[in-house]
Design a protein around this ligand. Structure first.
Ligand code: GTP
Ligand code: SPV
Ligand code: MN
Length: 648
C-alpha cells in the first residue's frame, strides 16, 4: 500500500488517508503546481499514448487527447444532488439518500486506483487570498484531470500554504473507475465505459464531491460545475451571495466609461464568444474577466460585485474561428490541451468552422483517418473525395461537436487583468456589475433583446429561460427546446424554487436595491423560415451591448410591451455594418417585434414548468405548508400579469 504523505492541515491528511485506504493506489503524488511538473506529466502521457504532442513551433506546450466514445460530455442523467431530504434537491435534480449513495460509491471506489497513481490537487477557485475565493482538494487517478485542473484553477503548494493548519476546503474525490491489474497495459482514455457506472455526486450538506467513471470536462474537473456551481450555489444561498453560470466582461464606451456585464447562457450558447468578443462598433472596447462562472456578492453600497473563480477557458472548439472569436483562437496558441479535435499532418489541430481550410488528410476525434471534402475545402469526410452533401447525410463531423480547448486565461489578449485578479480600484472586491443578461438558443419567438421592468421581472425572465439542448451534454434531446432557468438547470445544488426565492431575496436584502444590475434577455439565434440566422451575432452583439449601456444611462427610450422593454429600431446602432456577416434591416425589424401568438404559447410553457416544479412539493409528505418549496408567489404574479397583457 502507498504511504499517505504528511500534510500540515489535518483535514487534508484525513481526506487523503481515507481514500488511500479505499482506492489502494500504487503511489501518491501531491501536485506542486509548477510548470516543470505540469510538462513532465504531459510528457509522461505522451509516452503512454494518452496525449499527442503538437507541433512545438506552431503550438508550443500544446497537447491533443482523444476521449473514449462513451465519455464526450457531461452526463446529466448520472448527476446527483444527495441532500438528506429529497425535497432539498428539488424537482430538477436526481436525488439519492446520501448514506446509501456513499455506501454504493464506496464499493465502486474500493481498489479502483490499483495499478495507478493517486494525485492530490490542492486548488483555489478564485485568486488565492481574495475574500470571495474558496478552496478545494481534488484526489484523482487521472493525469489528464491534473493538467486540465492546472490550467482551469490555481493549483499547488500556494494553496496548501494558504490553507495552513486549519483552513477549510471542499473535499473532492475522482476516479476514472478503471483499475489496472499487475502488468496490464493502460488504454488511451480509461473510464467506466457503461454510462450507468458513472456517478457525478454532490453532497451539499457535507460540502463534498464524489465523482466516478468519467474523465471528461465538468464530470471530472471538479472545481468547475460540481464545486463552483452546484456546491457553491448552496453555500451562496446559505451565506447571501450568488454562484452563477455566467461570463463576466468589461466594456468601455468611446467616452471611456466602464461597464461590467455578466451573462447566463446555457452550455454551448455563446458565453465564451461574448466574453471575448471583438466589438464591431468603433470606439467600444471589450475585455474578458471570465467565460463560464461568476460568483457575485452584495457590497455595502448595494451593488453586486463579481469574481471569476476559474483560471482558464474550457471552450467549445467547433465554430471558433478568426471571424467569430479571434481572441479564443489566440488564447489557444500555447500551453493548451485540445480534446477530441482533428490532428493535421503537420502536428497542428483543426475543427469544423475554424475558418481555416482543412488539410488533405487528418486524424479525426475517434483516431480514424479523415479527408478534405471534394466540394468544400472547409469540411472533412471519413473517406477521400466525399461531397459536402454525402458528409452531411452520413452525419459525420471530424471534430466532436463537444470537442474542447483548455486554455490558460493569461493567454487571452483582451483579459482584464485587474478584474481577473478580483480587483476593482485596487481593492479585492471583485468588479461591480451593471447589467445581467439571460439568454438561450431560440430559433423563434424570443426577441433580440428585452429589458426587464424591475428586478422581480428580471428574475421572472431568468426563471422562464429556455434553450435548445446542445452537444455539451450526452442526451437524446439535442436540438429540442427545454426550460433552463438562469442557464442553471444542470447546476442547481438545491431546490430550484428556493433558488428563485434566493434571487428575489437579493433585492429585499440589498443595502440599496436601486444599485442592483439591470436585467436583460437576449437571443442571438433567431432563424428565418429558410433556416438562416436573422442576426449576425458575435462582434455584432456589441450593437446590443451599446443599447443596454444607453438604457442604463437613460439615454434612449424603449418600446414598452407586455413582455418587457424592447429597443426602438432606430436605437440599434448600425454603423460599420459591413463584412462577411451583416445586419439585414428587415430581419432586425422582425426580431424586435413581439410575436404575440408565439408569446402566448411561450408563457403557457413557462406556466407548465412552474406547475411541474410545484408538483414535487405537493407530493412530498414532509412539506406541510401549501406554499413552501414552490415557485415564489411574486413570479406567479408576473406570469399572470404577462398572460393577461398578452390576451388584452
Ligand atoms: P459552454 O462552455 O458549454 O458553457 O458554452 P458557451 O456558452 O461558452 O458557448 P460558446 O461561446 O462556446 O458557443 C458555442 C457555440 O455557439 C459555438 O459554436 C459558437 O460558434 C456559437 N455562437 C456563439 N455566439 C454566437 C452568436 O452570437 N451567434 C451565433 N449564430 N452563434 C454563436
Ligand atoms: C458546460 O457544459 O456548461 C461547460 C462544459 O462549460 S463542462 O465543463 O463539461 O461542463
Ligand atoms: Mn458552461
Amino acid at each position: 500500500m502507498a504511504k499517505t504523505p504528511k500534510f500540515a492541515n489535518a483535514k487534508v491528511f484525513a481526506w487523503v488517508d481515507k481514500w488511500n485506504k479505499v482506492c489502494a493506489p500504487d503511489k501518491i503524488v501531491v501536485v506542486k503546481g509548477t510548470k516543470a511538473e505540469h510538462l513532465a506529466i504531459c510528457e509522461m502521457m505522451v509516452k503512454k499514448g494518452q496525449f499527442i504532442k503538437l507541433n512545438a513551433k506552431k503550438r508550443p506546450e500544446c497537447y491533443l487527447a482523444r476521449s473514449h466514445e462513451s465519455d464526450v460530455a457531461r452526463v446529466e442523467g448520472r448527476t446527483f444532488i444527495c441532500s438528506k431530504r429529497e425535497i432539498d434537491a428539488g424537482p430538477t435534480n436526481h436525488w439519492m439518500d446520501p448514506v446509501e449513495m456513499k455506501k454504493k460509491m464506496t464499493k465502486a471506489y474500493t481498489g479502483c486506483m490499483k495499478g495507478r497513481t493517486m494525485y492530490v490537487i490542492p486548488f483555489a477557485m478564485g485568486p488565492i487570498g481574495n475574500p470571495i475565493t474558496q478552496y478545494g482538494i481534488e484526489i484523482t487517478d487521472s493525469p489528464y484531470v491534473v493538467v486540465n485542473m492546472n490550467i482551469m484553477t490555481r493549483t499547488g503548494d500556494a494553496v496548501l500554504k494558504h490553507l495552513g493548519k486549519d483552513g477549510d476546503f471542499i473535499p473532492c474525490i475522482h476516479s476514472v473507475g478503471a483499475p489496472l491489474k499487475k502488468g496490464q497495459k493502460d488504454v488511451a482514455w480509461p473510464c467506466a465505459k457503461n454510462i450507468d457506472d458513472k456517478y457525478i455526486t454532490q453532497f451539499p450538506e457535507d460540502g463534498e464531491i464524489w465523482s466516478f467513471g468519467s474523465g471528461y470536462g465538468g464530470n471530472a474537473l471538479l472545481g468547475k460545475k460540481c464545486f463552483a456551481l452546484r456546491i457553491a450555489s448552496k453555500l451562496a444561498k446559505d451565506q447571501g451571495w450568488m454562484a452563477e453560470h455566467m461570463l463576466i466582461l468589461t466594456l468601455t464606451s468611446p467616452e471611456r466609461k466602464q461597464y461590467h456585464v455578466t451573462a447566463a447562457f446555457p452550455s454551448a450558447c455563446g458565453k465564451t464568444n461574448l466574453a471575448m468578443m471583438l466589438p464591431k462598433l468603433k470606439g467600444w472596447k471589450l475585455q474578458t474577466i471570465g467565460d463560464d462562472i461568476a460568483w457575485l456578492k452584495p457590497g455595502e453600497d448595494g451593488r453586486l460585485y463579481a469574481i471569476n473563480p476559474e483560471n482558464g477557458f474550457f471552450g467549445v472548439a467547433p465554430g471558433t474561428s478568426n471571424d467569430s472569436n479571434p481572441n479564443a483562437l489566440k488564447s489557444c496558441k500555447k500551453g493548451t490541451i485540445f480534446t477530441n479535435v482533428v490532428l493535421t499532418p503537420d502536428g497542428d489541430i483543426w475543427w469544423e468552422d475554424m475558418g481555416i481550410k482543412a488539410p488533405k488528410e487528418g486524424v479525426d476525434w475517434k483516431g480514424n483517418p479523415c479527408y478534405v471534402c471534394k466540394d468544400d475545402p472547409y469540411r472533412m469526410g471519413p473517406k477521400p473525395g466525399m461531397t459536402k452533401a454525402e458528409i452531411k447525410a452520413a452525419g459525420y463531423v471530424a471534430a466532436h461537436k463537444n470537442s474542447r480547448f483548455t486554455a490558460p486565461a493569461e493567454n487571452c489578449p483582451v483579459l482584464d487583468k485587474a478584474g481577473f485578479n478580483g480587483l476593482w480600484n485596487k481593492k479585492p472586491t471583485g468588479v461591480p456589475i451593471d447589467a445581467i443578461l439571460f439568454g438561450g438558443r431560440r430559433p423563434s419567438t424570443i426577441p433580440l433583446v428585452n429589458e426587464a421592468k424591475s428586478w422581480t421581472h428580471g428574475v421572472f425572465m431568468g426563471s422562464a429561460a429556455g434553450s435548445e439542448v446542445t452537444a455539451a451534454v450526452i442526451s437524446d434531446q439535442i436540438g429540442q427546446v427545454r426550460r433552463d432557468p438562469m442557464a442553471m438547470l444542470p447546476f442547481f445544488g438545491y431546490n430550484v424554487c428556493d433558488y428563485f426565492q434566493h434571487w428575489l431575496e437579493m433585492e429585499r436584502t440589498s443595502a440599496d436595491a436601486t444599485k442592483l444590475p439591470k436585467i436583460y434577455f437576449v437571443n442571438w439565434f433567431r432563424k428565418g423560415e429558410d433556416g438562416r440566422f436573422m442576426w449576425p451575432g458575435f462582434g455584432d452583439n456589441s450593437r446590443v451591448l451599446k443599447w443596454i449601456c444607453q438604457r442604463i444611462e437613460g439615454q434612449v427610450k424603449a418600446n414598452v410591451t407586455p413582455i418587457g422593454n424592447l429597443p426602438l429600431e432606430k436605437d440599434i446602432d448600425l454603423s460599420n455594418n459591413e463584412g462577411k456577416f451583416k445586419v439585414v434591416p428587415e430581419d432586425l425589424r422582425a426580431i424586435l417585434k413581439v410575436d404575440k401568438e408565439g408569446w402566448k404559447k411561450e408563457i403557457a410553457t413557462v406556466g407548465a414548468s412552474y406547475d411541474e416544479y410545484d408538483a414535487k412539493a405537493s407530493k412530498d409528505t414532509t412539506v406541510r405548508s401549501k406554499t413552501a418549496r414552490r415557485v415564489p408567489k411574486a413570479l406567479r404574479q408576473i406570469l399572470a400579469d404577462v398572460t393577461a397583457a398578452l390576451n388584452k
